[in-house]
Ligand binder design. Sequence first.
Ligand code: C2O
Ligand code: CU
Ligand code: CU
Length: 424
Amino acid sequence: VAGPARWEYLPGKPADVWAYSDANAPDAAAQVPGPMLVGRVGDRVTVHLRNALPETTTIHWHGLKVPAAHDGSHVSQKPVMPGETFTYEFTLTDAGTFWFHPHLDSENQIERGLYAPIVVRGGGADDIDIDIEVDAERMFVLDDVKVESTGKLSETITPLDLMVGRLGNVLLVNGRKQPQLSTRAGARERWRLLNAANGTFFNVTLPGHKLRVIAWDGGLLPEPYETDTLVIAPGERYEVLVDLAGGDGDTLTLQTLFYDRGHDLPDFGPRPLLTLELDGAVTGPRPALPTKWGDVKALAVDASTPVRKLLLEEEEAATPADEPRFFINKEAFPDVTPISVGMDDLEIWEVTNDATMDHPFHLHGTFFQVLDQPVLGWKDTVNVPQKGTVRFAVRFDNPGAWMFHCHILEHADRGMMGLLDVKH
Ligand code: C2O
Ligand code: CU
Ligand code: CU
């Protein structure tokens, strides 16, 4: 159920939010983020959505390869009217970290609390995904909200918010400001990180620790890699393993660092996301890491592979009463020419960002492989840096009408969205 609810971003000061609740759960309480959907590859999923909001909505299953008619986008279904229901049905095809959210008025609906994580685990007993031995597995859904001193969500949307995506003053992990978790020194943990913010980028670091990145949007990488900091653009997901250093009684703080995404956004310095209290220690030898990781085959692109060019542009508001506009190949949604491809076609998409801020580019319906970089992996959302170009290879293996767009929701809702037809 999607409907109005109360949620405390500031302790003791509830805000009026919009949130998902699981009507089958014993307490059926609405929560931000919404109830996590957990399944295994091969599972058949049925979700009966009831719209208890005062406006139309849909659910989009970000990253899941669902049939086009169940994708919840503008082109896949009619809006679900207030008081109405819609049933989504699909089979889980890939292990990984995904999420669901509305695809109508998303800058407003997601900001108000309508988003929730999805975990899909591997399918068989011998699946690599479930072979990774850890002491704990956690989901961290990152977001930010603009909250007034009363605890209410601010209704004020500034021209800067429209230009760069709504900027919050409170950072959230799983709907809470700086939550405190308890764990043990020496623990190996698997963290699933997801950025559900409208426009805020996170640049995650755990001081004194390496993050071992094991998965991207579309599942496990063929080989993990280590990093000190991890930039997560809106819409993206990463999975990391961390070996927690320190002793019993220590406190570790997961932080986000400044990342320059353009438009002269201020550097707030390191900001805390959550704290981990080390209570006790893991004894005994650390479990061995798997020797085999994701089974990712490189798409066979070569000089003959067709290259499709997409140009991202922005236009500042002409007067204070106007809003900025955002374009893909000079067109602004809904006035766009759909791209048409054949089933199983292989293409290279070359996305050039002519703007002075980053735009995270998201494609529905299938995963792609980013080219010109050392790591091979599946993604559905990739950051295209300001004045930069990203190329990715994609095979269209899911027929129907799909969308692609910038995942800064204010941009998507102001034109930076396009249509793709994959013919049978
Ligand atoms: Cu997460 Cu079309 O979106
Ligand atoms: Cu999506
Ligand atoms: Cu954008």
